[in-house]
Design a protein around this ligand. Structure first.
Ligand SMILES: Cc1ncc(COP(=O)(O)O)c(C=O)c1O
Length: 383
């Protein structure tokens, strides 16, 4: 019996359990020193002046957009290929989304399509995503945003400490947003998020917004709700932060094992890594012509897989009222969703597990060679 290969894995150790116990016993469960320390440590790792802990990546995106001034009727340029939460906060604020097509190599926003879609529009914010753990084309994206005097809110929810030209994802725009959902490169042991920025005013606004709009003097100076991070989660986050670089290195090593085995399988397109980027492989996504058949084969051998994502952002029912030909023309995103497959990836995956996945992929396409697609019957011909 071969062992299953899980798609992902979460990490708990005695230190984490002990820290959680300490916070519980200390009875300071919100607005305390763990959150403050986690924010300081995360900001330092990211190379930014401020980090603001919140209770999800979605909350970080919502507060970031609110803080940069996105409101009713404003135009926000969002990716057509991403997790829904890159887009939904803008809609929650009453903004009008314009969907930018995906770059076929790196899956981020295509900067040329961004420039086309921004043309002639009054753009309030651009929301690039560093999908699967690779920083997107931030130089080009920033240039378009600057030309339109628009804010850049980075969705770095999948890219903890990936770098672009040596700088951390999330530190490249006006505000960066992270998720600590359990499957992410680092977690807080549940839902959580972080907003980072160098801008003092944006940081102060985010701190107020997450806490009922209260300023440090205790006055409610703007409308906000409760989006705070709990102390227990901050304590878990601090422990996880201590491992993140080693874990990202583990993911990169695993990606190297996949690349070495799959680069020669003609049907499989392995990830393309930008020269100026360091990928952190939140997900290891390949493109194949027969995604569902390959997925079924892998699952039949107890190998976990995923599809990130099966539907372009502008095709979800919830956004139907906001979509028209002019704001959602994204052919590359439509093409990708049928081809992408996420293979098992986490920092502790073994070389033997990656070999097992690759054996199944290779065998699948070796078998396929004997079963060429039937030649179409020529016009007018009969057999
Ligand atoms: C790209 C992206 N954006 C936003 C989010 C939202 O984060 P959360 O689930 O913490 O709200 C996630 C994670 O789920 C994500 O992967």
């Amino acid at each position: 019996m071969t062992e299953p290969v899980p798609f992902t894995d979460v990490y708990v150790d005695d230190d984490i359990v002990e820290r959680v116990g300490d916070v519980l016993e200390g009875k300071r469960w919100v607005k305390g020193p763990e959150t403050e320390a986690f924010e300081d440590e995360f900001a330092a790792e990211c190379g930014v002046d401020h980090a603001v802990g919140v209770n999800s990546g979605t909350a970080a995106l919502l507060l970031a957009m609110k803080a940069v001034g996105v409101g009713e009727g404003d135009t926000v340029l969002v990716p057509a290929h991403t997790f829904f939460a890159t887009v939904s906060p803008a809609l929650e604020l009453g903004a009008e989304p314009v969907f930018v097509d995906a770059d076929p190599d790196t899956y981020g926003m295509d900067p040329d399509d961004l420039a086309r879609k921004a043309e002639g529009r009054d753009v309030t914010a651009v929301v690039p995503v560093h999908l699967y753990g690779q920083p997107t084309a931030m130089g080009e994206i920033r240039a378009v945003a600057d030309e339109h005097d628009a804010a850049v809110v980075e969705d770095a929810c999948q890219a903890h400490f990936a770098t672009y030209d040596g700088d951390a994802a999330g530190s490249l725009g006006d505000v960066g947003c992270f998720s600590f959902y359990p499957s992410k490169n680092m977690t807080v042991g549940g839902d959580g998020g972080m907003l980072v920025t160098d801008d003092d005013d944006l940081a102060a606004a985010a701190r107020e917004l997450r806490n009922h709009g209260r300023n440090p003097e205790g006055e409610h100076v703007r409308l906000g709700l409760n989006w705070r991070l709990d102390e227990i989660k901050a304590a878990v986050g601090r422990e996880q932060l201590g491992h993140i670089h080693e874990w990202n290195a583990g993911r990169r090593e695993a990606a190297g094992w996949y690349e070495a085995r799959l680069a020669d399988v003609d049907e499989v397109e392995t990830p393309v890594v930008r020269d100026d980027a360091e990928h952190v492989y939140h997900l290891y996504v390949v493109q194949v012509p027969d995604r569902d058949a390959l997925r079924e084969k892998l699952e039949s051998k107890d190998i976990g897989t995923g599809i990130h994502y099966a539907t372009p952002a502008h095709r979800h029912e919830a956004v139907a009222p906001y979509v028209d030909e002019a704001n959602a023309d994204a052919p590359e995103a439509e093409r990708l969703v049928d081809r992408i497959l996420s293979l098992p990836m986490h920092p502790r995956i073994t070389e033997a597990e990656v070999e097992r996945v690759c054996d199944v992929v290779e065998a699948h396409y070796a078998d396929a060679e004997g079963t060429e697609p039937t030649e179409p019957v020529p016009d007018g011909g009969e057999r």
